[in-house]
Design a protein around this ligand. Structure first.
Ligand SMILES: [Zn+2]
Ligand SMILES: [Zn+2]
Length: 271
């Protein structure tokens, strides 16, 4: 029962704090559109890119990711805080994963480090501020590359049972410290498996799952649990980014999208 208890508590607290910003239940790991009042200046002098493109909600650019209509290539900038480097295979694994579902000539993932912030926990607003400070790659109208961003943090989310979030249309974060803490135990999943599961799940939100930018073809949305799939073996099941995800990792391996999620992606222009 504890997942439901934790869910209600987090809904109450987060709802009080962020009700103005959240359109969906905060029981979701996914942070929804920050709203029209978000006019924050990126303050990034390193790019001439179109930052405003990157300030929509998760799933709002699903078709841009799934098809090659407007963008032929995809570039994902991964930044980790010192001491929390992802597994060396993560780039290749995510490239292979995405190439199964999206139409791009080239998918490039680039991993760099930023300085540790040394904080125990981060709010979604603080994650956004970090992106504004450190992200360097934005879409440039002169080329056909879609740019996305994945930030790996040295702490936990303020809702500590959540291991990752998608917070803008091209933006995701993983709470590496918490991932490290909950993995590697006796009989439990390895840190690599948890890291890959959470990263792929957040990419699923960026691709518009479930029914949040990519329309649902058959009813498989988990009512009351945000933009998630009701199949507890699917990558888009809500528990796949929770600290109890090991209960749902069959054979300790990273889950994939189930048939319903795959069908949705195909119907919205994906592979
Ligand atoms: Zn989710
Ligand atoms: Zn599914």
């Amino acid at each position: 029962m504890y997942p439901f208890l934790g869910c209600r508590q987090s809904r109450l607290v987060t709802g009080l704090l962020l009700s103005a910003f959240l359109l969906l239940t905060s029981c979701d790991d996914q942070i929804t559109d920050p709203g029209d009042d978000d006019t924050s200046d990126p303050g990034n002098g390193d790019t001439n890119g179109d930052v405003s493109f990157h300030r929509d909600g998760p799933g709002d650019s699903a078709r841009d990711f799934l098809t090659d209509e407007d963008f032929t290539d995809l570039y994902i900038e991964v930044q980790y805080m010192e001491g929390y480097e992802p597994d060396a295979d993560l780039e290749e694994i995510l490239e292979d994963f995405l190439s199964e579902y999206i139409h791009k000539n080239q998918i490039t993932i680039d991993v760099t480090s930023i300085s540790s912030q040394g904080r125990e926990s981060y709010t979604s607003e603080e994650v956004r501020e970090l992106e504004e400070e450190y992200r360097t790659a934005y879409n440039d109208e002169a080329d056909d590359v879609l740019n996305a961003y994945l930030l790996l943090l040295d702490g936990e989310f303020d809702n500590r049972d959540v291991l990752g979030i998608a917070y803008w249309n091209t933006s995701m974060a993983l709470f590496q410290k918490r991932i490290e803490d909950i993995s590697g135990g006796l009989g439990g999943p390895s840190q690599d498996v948890v890291e890959r599961t959470v990263a792929k799940h957040e990419l699923g939100h960026i691709l518009g799952l479930v029914d949040n930018g990519t329309p649902m073809q058959n009813d498989h949305k988990d009512e009351g649990r945000g933009a998630h799939c009701d199949d507890d073996e699917c990558l888009m099941y809500y528990a796949m980014t929770r600290d109890f995800l090991s209960d749902f990792l069959i054979g300790g391996s990273v889950p994939d999208f189930d048939e319903f999620c795959k069908e949705d992606l195909q119907a919205n222009g994906g592979r």
